[in-house]
Design a protein around this ligand. Structure first.
Ligand code: GAL
Length: 614
């Protein structure tokens, strides 16, 4: 559990669960938050070892979707070659469910999906998933953790909303986790489910659907933008129950996509409950909205890795500011998603896709960066409107670099050898991914002058400064923030990650006794970090820091649950390095415990220049 919640919250969650008539207990964490676990405690899954890629009809058609459009788009994925490049998921979104039958089973809107007419009263998606599987593709479906979906609230004029009585319109999975996951995974053979959350957010007694008399009120677990008024534990528990059921019926290759738009602390616990989790509201087809969604993930590298990804939403390519007339913006949008190891879910009409857009999203060198097996999300550096994001790829000295111009005036952006971790004075080869050309080899720094909203995406191969030392900054996918010292009462504002690379959680640099540390992890005390060392390293080194507090903090290092180093740091003391023997350890854990006393948030701390050594 990333967040330890006070007892009252547990009780509230327990009551909510029993009301929801959930049969299986959700697998809430067993380990006390600061005890070493000896595990890498992320969502146990074989799915989404790289960010999911595919197509979803929502951005193109909203609820105006039908089987012909989806089948034609699936076919287009194959004929355009995009499927062979990795775009394999075809995910049906909101709008497919007609009603819930009295026995709880879901009936498919067969006017929309004619192949579902199989003679039974529910209909079946088997012909449809069989078609997709036959093309070598995978199939995704949509539901909600509440009783009702988002379109029922936000697309109220749609002709494709569920029909019938209040009970029949309850097509969300609240109270039906077991039944719905069995239907979707075991009976209909889907591979992926996106689980939305409007049902627990947008059906208060005052909301139009409820006042219309067609929908039952739901005391909100999510109050948008307001963590204290939301009930993160209850939301997490509903996802946990659905995730367990999805695994039971779909196996551990079933993909679970959490869609709570960054609300209710979902970016903090998402990595424990699903394969991907939205971090922000729906992307609109404007530069500003896209940047906002990118910013909702860009400081979150410590939360992502194989099997668990930050999700800034589906691609807006093909629409508005990212259509075929705005290739600069479209390219920058995709550059940002690729450098952030974001899912690449296309959302434009593939039946009439302009070649320029197919070429853009089909750039295999861009895809190789997004899909790099190490799964490290890029780490940002800011300089006004210029932004540099560095992503460590698999293979010695391999990096991807995005140089971005967020603004409307030309800027010069640069990446330095220090940011790349390269030996000073060494030469690196530079590949321009969008131009598909090699640039001149570079030394010490690479610069680019970028037009308004412009970007370059580079693959750089160089010589690491110290081949035996890997900063944790360079392997965020092997870091798991297992406890971050906060509760839902002391949580940071939505959109802010409590654990960050090379910065304190408030964005200030890691500084102690006037000295700044270029690398490391900043977070709060009363925290525990799990490192997937995998037996590859001999030593863990760091400089433990207490930032801006007078409370002493104890720093502990564990190697496979064995305490190998413990130091106490008082804020006035000069920084003292830790050098711990972790030889052969599979899991290294870093625990920081503040002396008792003080209210509110624990002190901010840092594991300055934290690195593993071979
Ligand atoms: C939103 C979700 C969108 C789409 C829509 C369907 O909540 O973020 O991606 O699924 O609901 O109504």
């Amino acid at each position: 559990m990333a967040h330890t919640l006070p007892r009252t919250r547990h009780i509230r969650a327990a009551i909510t669960l029993s009301v929801a008539t959930i049969t299986a207990q959700p697998a809430l964490a067993q380990v006390a938050p600061l005890e070493p676990s000896g595990r890498f405690s992320v969502y146990p899954s074989r799915a989404a070892q790289t960010p999911p890629m595919g197509w979803n009809p929502w951005n193109a058609f909203r609820t105006d979707v039908d089987e012909a459009k989806v089948r034609a788009s699936a076919q287009a994925l194959v004929t355009t070659g995009l499927a062979a490049k990795g775009y394999t998921y075809v995910n049906i979104d909101d709008g497919w469910a007609l009603k819930r039958l009295p026995d709880g089973r879901l009936r498919i809107r067969d006017s929309m999906f004619p192949s579902s007419k199989t003679g039974s009263d529910t209909g079946s998606f088997l012909p449809f998933t069989g078609f997709l599987h036959g093309l070598g593709l995978k199939a995704g479906l949509y539901t909600d953790i509440g009783r009702n979906t988002c379109a029922q609230r936000w697309d109220a004029d749609s002709p494709n909303l569920p029909e019938g009585t209040v009970a029949e319109r309850q097509v969300g999975s609240f109270g039906h986790a077991e039944q719905d996951m069995r239907t979707m995974f075991a009976d209909w053979k889907f591979d992926y489910v996106k689980i939305d959350a409007c049902g627990v957010a947008d059906y208060t007694p005052a909301d139009p659907p409820v006042t219309s008399g067609n929908y039952q009120a739901f005391a909100p677990m999510i109050v948008r933008g307001d963590i204290p008024k939301s009930d993160p534990r209850a939301v997490e528990a509903l996802y946990a129950t659905l995730g367990e059921a999805a695994h039971r019926f779909g196996g551990d290759a079933a993909t679970l996509s959490i869609c709570a738009w960054g609300e209710a602390l979902s970016p903090i616990w998402g990595h424990v409950r699903g394969n991907l989790w939205r971090t922000s509201p729906d992307v609109e087809f404007t530069w500003k909205s896209m940047l906002g969604n990118f910013d909702s993930v860009v400081d979150g590298a410590l939360y992502a890795g194989p099997g668990h990804w930050n999700d800034p939403d589906m691609l807006a390519v093909g629409h508005g500011d990212f259509d075929v007339h705005h290739l600069t913006e479209a390219r920058s949008h995709v550059t940002m998603w690729a450098i952030a190891a974001a899912p690449l879910l296309l959302g434009f009409d593939l039946r009439k896709a302009p070649l320029a857009l197919l070429d853009l999203v089909g750039n295999t060198e861009m895809i190789a960066i997004d899909q790099d097996a190490a799964g490290n999300q890029g780490v940002p550096y800011r300089d006004g409107d210029a932004m540099t994001v560095v992503r460590t790829l698999s293979g010695t000295g391999q990096r991807a670099v995005a140089l971005l111009n967020r603004g409307a005036q030309p800027v010069t952006a640069r990446v330095t050898w220090a940011q790349l971790g390269f030996a000073p004075g060494s030469r690196a080869t530079v590949r321009d991914v969008w131009a598909r050309t090699d640039r001149e080899p570079a030394t010490d720094t690479i610069t680019a002058t970028l037009p308004a909203h412009g970007s370059v995406l580079l693959r750089v191969a160089g010589t690491p400064a110290d081949p035996s030392t890997t900063f944790l900054d360079e392997m965020p996918a092997r870091v798991n923030i297992a406890a971050d010292g906060l509760t839902s009462e002391t949580a940071l504002a939505m959109g802010t990650f409590p654990a960050r690379i090379a910065n304190a959680p408030d964005g200030t640099p890691l500084v102690a006794s006037g000295k700044a540390f270029a690398h490391g992890i900043g977070l709060f005390a009363n925290s525990r970090i799990e490192l997937r060392a995998g037996g590859d390293f001999r030593r863990f080194v760091a400089i433990p820091l207490v930032l801006g507090s007078k409370r002493p903090v104890r720093f502990r290092v564990y190697a496979d649950r064995k305490l190998v180093r413990e130091v106490s740091v008082t804020p006035t003391q000069a920084p003292q390095p830790i050098d711990a023997n972790v030889a052969g350890a599979n899991i290294v854990e870093l625990v920081a415990v503040a002396a008792s006393g003080g209210t509110g948030r624990p002190p901010m701390i840092g594991w300055g220049n934290a690195a593993l050594r071979r």
